[in-house]
Design a protein around this ligand. Structure first.
Ligand code: UT7
Length: 386
């Protein structure tokens, strides 16, 4: 793709499908259509996998040590429980489980994966990247492996990079893995953030136009760094606060040296607005109306955000796929997790128009429109189906 200039159409990129610039809501954005039958168009998502840790933390568990209530959490967020990684788990183990589930579902061996892109906002190492460690863990060939940081939009940014690499001819099969352990990044004594997040991982395998799977019809990426202060992390004090009754899983709190900080109201306003706008623009990019979108799989931040956006789009809430009630906000892992659970539960059918929309810290956003085609989906949840 080409960096687009503010508010101006820059035309067709010769080998990469169609790129048009539309004035973004707050600035320039990247947009791309796949050109059906065109030189690089129509990359396919060939497989999808997700993985959750087994430890379940309910709102009632949080009531045990935080000044909060199930009623407050459910009414403000829709979240009833979340998963947290156990002491024996780490980002790599979660990422590897989702990647293995994805590859098995797609019937593709690790040896056929030539590129790995990982996304995480809760990395356990500054370097080496999660992608490099995953490459070795899976036994993939020695192609490029790198991490990206686009916060909760990371999976969509990764899919967009995968499409670009395949369209340019640099890669053939790209594994995009988003993995998060926010339980090691939240301050468990801060009720305003601790109740929101959870752990999990999701993986997509992306192939070319000749591969089977769901076709990428349109995508959009954007960022507005002016909103960077709304959601981020800050260094922790040397003496983490320990509240009476704090259970074991909070002992890893602050183990990454930083904790999440957020201006919830500002993020809420941004999220509802961008979610509605991205769905509308993706539909327009693909030459359809928003009523032709079958399903929206939004970043699972909060059910009030989803309900507000669904209302603005005139959609019944059932058109929004959501598992936030059971997983909390798993940052960049949330879209593959929700999509995998929804698809495994029979929500997606051949020919459906499925719109993935992410938003998060940066502020970043990303959207991708898929024409659903038969593809393998696997959910690795030790607690079994929802
Ligand atoms: O990936 C993107 C991540 N971010 C998000 O999705 C967040 C988007 N924002 C939101 O969803 C909402 O802003 C929140 C759910 C985070 C907060 O809801 P709110 O309606 O904006 O609440 P607030 O922050 O204005 O707080 C209202 C009250 C405050 O008490 P006072 O000052 O009115 O007495 C808070 O101290 O609620 C209090 N409060 C809580 N009470 C019980 C904050 N957290 C809690 C809690 N339990 N966990």
């Amino acid at each position: 793709m080409e960096r687009l200039r503010h508010g101006r159409e820059v035309g067709r990129l010769r080998n990469l499908g169609v790129v048009v610039n539309l004035e973004g809501p707050m600035g320039p954005v990247w947009r791309a259509n796949s050109t059906p039958g065109g030189p690089g168009g129509g990359c396919r998502v060939m497989g999808l996998g997700s993985a959750l840790p087994s430890t379940r933390v309910t709102n009632a568990d949080l009531e045990g040590f935080l000044d909060t209530s199930d009623e407050w959490i459910v009414s403000r967020t829709g979240i009833r429980e979340r998963r947290v990684a156990g002491p024996e788990e780490n980002l790599l183990s979660l990422a590897a489980r989702s990647a293995r589930a994805c590859l098995a579902a797609a019937s593709v061996s690790p040896q056929e994966v030539d590129t790995i892109i990982c996304s995480s906002s809760s990395p356990d190492e500054t370097f080496p990247s999660l992608a490099c460690r995953l490459q070795a863990e899976l036994g993939c060939p020695l192609g490029p492996a790198f991490d990206i940081q686009a916060a909760c939009s990371g999976a969509i940014y990764g899919l967009a990079m995968a499409q670009s690499l395949i369209q340019s001819g640099m890669s053939r099969r790209v594994l995009v893995v988003a993995a998060e352990i926010f339980s090691r990044l939240v301050d468990w004594s801060d009720r305003s953030t601790a109740v929101l997040f959870g752990d999990g991982a999701g993986a997509f395998l992306v192939g070319g136009p000749a591969d089977p799977g769901s076709e990428i019809l349109a995508l959009e990426l954007g960022a507005d760094g002016r909103g960077a202060a709304a959601l981020g992390t800050q260094a922790v004090s040397p003496d983490p606060q320990s509240l009476p009754g704090m259970p074991d899983y909070t002992s890893s709190q602050r183990s990454l040296g930083r904790v999440v900080t957020m201006n919830g109201r500002e993020v809420f306003r941004f999220s509802t607005r961008i979610l509605e706008q991205v769905v509308a623009r993706l539909a327009q990019s693909a030459g359809m109306t928003t009523s032709e979108i079958t399903l929206v799989v939004p970043h699972q931040a909060n059910s009030r955000i989803l309900a507000t956006a669904a209302g603005r789009l005139n959609y019944p809430i059932e058109r929004f796929v959501s598992n936030v009630e059971r997983t909390g906000n798993t940052s960049s892992a949330s879209i593959p997790l929700a999509l995998a659970e929804g698809a495994a539960g029979g929500l997606c059918h051949d020919g459906d128009m499925v719109c993935l929309v992410a938003f998060g810290a940066g502020l970043t956003w990303g959207g991708l429109l898929l024409r659903w085609g038969s593809m393998g989906v696997a959910v690795d949840d030790p607690r079994g189906p929802a």
